[in-house]
Design a protein around this ligand. Structure first.
Ligand code: PMV
Length: 313
């Protein structure tokens, strides 16, 4: 066995976060500017897991209960029909900020599953990788919709409805996004739990809000597939307002959204679980530098410029 490495990208949700947990469609795209990396190195007298960014190293057998990487290793082992994994170190690291809506958990586990599978000669299709990672997402998020593992494992823009096969969609005309980090980590599980409690208290009202978000996601897909991405701006504003109404925005997110729009973005919204984490601004290439400056001026700790639909070589 030689050293094996694998990577996985981050992701952003363009439209439909939270509503997707209740059966509405959502759109998400991979973000290749941030990546998770996993390495499997043979030897070392047992199977070890090393989470480098967290400064943790432990034997698979000593993993804390509910550890996503240990779960992933066990699932790969079972899928390969092995009683035990060969002695090795599975090391993971990422440039994706944790708990910020960029899919760090799904990406780290996806890279780990890919590296581990490859190290034992197991070939897994993207749908299988996604299904394995989904099992570990449940440990992190409680009741995940499955959108993070899907977009990260397929590495394509996807139109996602919970429980249905993902539909990769075509980006007819590339568009530019700035992804700005509030610098405030926010565990998705908490926001999802609060929304669930509110939905249980007011099912009709929340049902209508989720329906409205679903309609926006469907319309956004149509615009992206028909080459009219600049028309997404107003939809982003409407989706952000709905996310504010369900209580998952924050003062920082609202300030960044406002700053982006004032500086010439075509639209802006929070992305992912909310309460902190990242927001998105749709920009023309000409306005990108000005909007980036405005976001940094308003406190963004990092701004990623990504082009959705750009061919990768
Ligand atoms: O992992 P995040 O923060 O991008 O959020 C996931 C999106 C939610 O819709 C809030 C939850 C889910 O499981 O779909």
């Amino acid at each position: 066995m030689t050293v094996v490495t694998a990577t996985a990208p981050g992701k952003v949700i363009l439209f439909g976060e939270h509503a997707v947990v209740y059966g509405q469609p959502a759109l998400a795209v991979p973000v290749n500017q941030v990546q998770a990396l996993a390495t499997v190195t043979p030897g070392q007298g047992d199977f070890w897991i090393e989470a480098r960014d967290l400064g943790r190293r432990y034997r698979l057998g000593d993993a804390p209960a509910g550890d996503p990487l240990a779960k992933a290793a066990d699932l790969v082992r079972e899928r390969a029909g092995l009683d035990r994994l060969p002695d090795a170190v599975l090391a993971v690291s990422a440039t994706i900020p944790i708990a910020s809506g960029l899919g760090s958990g799904a990406a780290v586990v996806t890279a780990a599953v890919r590296a581990l599978a490859q190290s034992i000669g197991l070939i897994l299709a993207p749908a299988e990788v996604s299904a394995l990672v989904f099992e570990t997402e449940k440990l992190l998020h409680g009741t995940p919709s499955g959108i993070d593992n899907t977009v990260v494992a397929f590495e394509q823009p996807v139109y996602f409805v919970k429980g249905q096969p993902p539909e990769p969609f075509r980006v007819a005309s590339p568009f530019h996004l700035l992804i700005a980090d509030t610098g405030r980590p926010s565990p998705t599980k908490l926001a999802v739990g609060d929304v669930r409690a509110a939905h249980e208290r007011e099912p009709d009202r929340y049902g209508q809000l989720f329906d409205a978000m679903g309609a926006i996601a469907r319309e956004a897909r149509r615009l992206i597939e028909s080459g009219q991405p600049e028309a997404l701006g107003p939809l982003m504003g409407r989706n952000h307002a709905l996310l504010q109404t369900i209580g998952v925005s924050s003062a920082e997110l609202d300030r960044l959204v406002g700053a982006a729009c004032q500086a010439g973005a075509l639209g802006a919204k929070l992305s992912g679980g909310g309460r902190g984490g990242n927001m998105l601004a749709l920009v023309t290439p000409q306005a990108a530098a000005t909007v980036r400056q405005a976001l940094v001026g308003e406190g963004a700790v990092r701004v990623i410029h990504t082009v959705v639909g750009q061919a990768r070589c």
